[in-house]
Design a binder for this molecule. Structure first.
Ligand code: HEC
Length: 252
């Protein structure tokens, strides 16, 4: 091998992945145009515009500060890259009581409220793309508490949940505050054992984090133009193209 071949090989080995993984995504995603719903394909008009609020953005910051992304991804890969859609509670709900199958892949709009798209580093813990959906659907019954409290208890002591005695999600007790009881037992106290005469409440950071976690519902209906595998439309849609065919037999 000559030196120039070596130099060319080395440059290509760097340049090709860099183009595919940095340059191409940068140029294709830096200036996202709004996508419209199509009246025929989607049954509604207007722009696709997912909503988010201020406290959720603060919670995203708490999520980043505590390195949750080290163990939790927030990206549902396209099927050619992995079977994430096959997990009913990762990509959305398989049987949502109102919308049926809501599972879908992630898209760029899913991260628009966040300064950084926290797609995650590894998957030691489950993907959190649709955690809000999941907690609301599953855990309300499991722990006999509301989704908010379920998340507070998980953050405070993941192994405190009798269903998960070996959880390796780290405890984030520093996001909670023990206070002295003065007067009546406070309503906002979390159902956790604390030393005599004290009670436990989440700090503002924990509240924002849980707001953020509950907001993770990336299974809203997409315009058909953006969805590579749209759920099959309800049977109610009339089969328009079939009509001329039905008229054909009398001729023959
Ligand atoms: C060291 C890796 C690690 C880090 C860091 C981590 N987690 Fe976890 N997490 C896990 C593992 C493993 C599980 C699965 C076991 C369980 O359910 O407790 C989990 C489970 C969870 C669950 C339950 C998900 C479900 O669907 O059952 C939530 C919610 C959660 N983590 C939130 C967080 C948040 C918020 C942070 C940051 C403040 C965080 N985790 C940081 C490893 C981690």
């Amino acid at each position: 091998m000559t030196f120039s071949q070596f130099a060319f090989g080395l440059t290509a080995a760097f340049l090709l992945p860099w183009t595919a993984m940095v340059v191409f995504p940068f140029f294709s995603m830096r200036n996202i145009e709004p996508v419209s719903f199509d009246e025929i394909a989607d049954g509604k008009e207007g722009l696709y515009h997912p909503k988010t609020t201020g406290r959720v953005a603060k919670g995203a910051q708490v999520f980043a500060e505590n390195g949750c992304y080290q163990c939790h991804t927030q990206v549902i890969r396209p099927t050619y890259a992995g079977n994430d859609l096959g997990r009913p509670d990762w990509a959305g709900l398989k049987t949502d009581p109102e919308r049926g199958d809501t599972r879908r892949e992630s898209n760029v709009f899913d991260y628009r409220a966040e300064k950084f798209a926290q797609i995650g580093v590894s998957r030691l813990g489950p993907d959190l793309s649709n955690l809000g959906r999941r907690v609301e659907a599953l855990y309300t019954k499991e722990s006999n508490s509301d989704p908010r409290t379920w998340l507070y208890l998980h953050l405070y002591d993941p192994r405190g949940n009798p269903e998960r005695p070996t959880s390796t999600c780290p405890s984030h007790r520093f996001l909670f505050e023990e206070r002295k009881i003065t007067g009546q037992y406070p309503l906002e106290a979390l159902p956790v054992e604390t030393p005599e005469g004290t009670y436990l409440v989440p700090t503002a950071a924990a509240e924002a984090l849980v707001d953020y976690l509950l907001s993770l519902k990336r299974d809203d209906a997409l315009p058909a133009s953006m969805n590579p595998a749209p759920a099959k439309p309800a049977a109610a849609a009339p089969a328009a193209p079939a009509a001329p065919a039905a008229a054909a037999p009398p001729q023959g």
